[in-house]
Write a protein that binds this ligand. Structure first.
Ligand SMILES: CC(C)(COP(=O)(O)OP(=O)(O)OC[C@H]1O[C@@H](n2cnc3c(N)ncnc32)[C@H](O)[C@@H]1OP(=O)(O)O)[C@@H](O)C(=O)NCCC(=O)NCCSC(=O)C[C@H](O)C(=O)O
Ligand SMILES: [Mg+2]
Length: 284
């Protein structure tokens, strides 16, 4: 699949130590999986989790899903061995937690070679350096770590996420400027589908490509929220058709449903249709 068109509506964390969850994910309709060696794995299980995960990836069965391995930080006792192990795992990218500088990404590259890298954005310093981090030549995506961010900011969790908006916004700007993927943080209350939908809709409106998830029950909500709706697809088709008619008659502006449609709106309309096609291709 063309990496630029790949959907990232649902990005599920799976503890690398849990055989049952590693098996379950083979049948879940997620766009991407983060196989976790960091916070979802207890210290006593970290070394075994590396081998468990390598075996699960070697066995395969994850289909078209993007497979990302999150290692422990390189300043921890597990990080370097995780990175070396991940370099030879059958995965698509390696995700480094708590990235604050491009030097940390260079250190990862020195250990794993040319595999694509992703960056967890979850500290104030990381967010202040987001523009430089996003521009790293081997970086393909940002994952927001809103639990760590809340801890660092000493904020309370609020449904509107107001205390996080500056950090989320800086990372969105940096990711969009560099054309890399940017995926929103997790919603901890995994049995609260209504609250998850509100947060997914907010993330979608802000421009995130998708949401990180912690439980299979969250997948359908995220897939629906980050996919173009039937109404959006219908509007995009009508905007393109109306603009082409206008162009043919020598005019530069069309009107659809009482709103102007110019060249730039047609670009957005084509992106919506391309995303719908990419989702259909992934699901097919
Ligand atoms: C939260 C959980 C501990 C709940 O697990 P459990 O009690 O097993 O839930 P259920 O009994 O409801 O599970 C039903 C079935 O689904 C499987 N399952 C559960 N979770 C997952 C999963 N994440 N991926 C795949 N499959 C999963 C169970 O095995 C059951 O299967 P079956 O027996 O066949 O019915 C658990 O969901 C969990 O551990 N979730 C992941 C937590 C995690 O990854 N945390 C770290 C990431 S969050 C983070 O760190 C973000 C960032 O860094 C930040 O700072 O914000
Ligand atoms: Mg974190």
């Amino acid at each position: 699949m063309d990496q630029r068109a790949r959907p990232y509506r649902s990005v599920l964390y799976i503890p690398g130590s849990k055989d049952r969850a590693l098996e379950k994910a083979r049948g879940l309709p997620v766009d991407a999986i983060i196989f976790d060696l960091e916070d979802a794995v207890a210290p006593d299980e970290k070394v075994n989790a590396r081998a468990t995960l390598a075996a699960a990836l070697e066995q395969g069965g994850y289909g078209n899903r993007m497979r990302i391995v999150r290692i422990n930080g390189l300043d921890t006792q597990w990080g370097e061995a995780d990175a070396k192990a991940a370099a030879s795992m059958d995965c698509d990218a390696v995700l480094l937690p708590k990235v604050e500088t491009t030097a940390q990404l260079d250190a990862l590259v020195a250990l794993i070679g040319d595999k694509p890298i992703w960056s967890m954005m979850e500290t104030p310093r990381g967010m202040l350096n987001a523009a430089e981090i996003a521009a790293h030549p081997q970086l393909s995506g940002f994952v927001m770590g809103t639990n760590d961010l809340a801890k660092e900011l000493q904020t309370r969790f609020r449904p509107d996420r107001l205390p996080m908006m500056a950090g989320l916004g800086l990372c969105l700007l940096a990711a969009k400027a560099e054309g890399i993927v940017v995926v929103d943080g997790v919603y901890n209350a995994f049995k609260d589908a209504e609250g998850l939908k509100v947060e997914c809709d907010q993330g979608r409106d802000m421009g995130f490509d998708g949401k990180t998830l912690i439980h299979p029950a969250q997948v359908d909500v995220a897939n629906a929220a980050f996919a173009p709706s039937e109404a959006e697809i219908d509007l995009a088709q009508r905007q393109i058709a109306a603009f082409e008619d206008c162009e043919a008659s020598g005019q530069g502006v069309a009107v659809v449903d009482g709103k102007i449609v110019e060249n730039l709106h047609v670009v957005t309309a084509r992106e919506i249709l391309a995303k719908a096609d990419a989702i259909a291709a992934l699901e097919g």
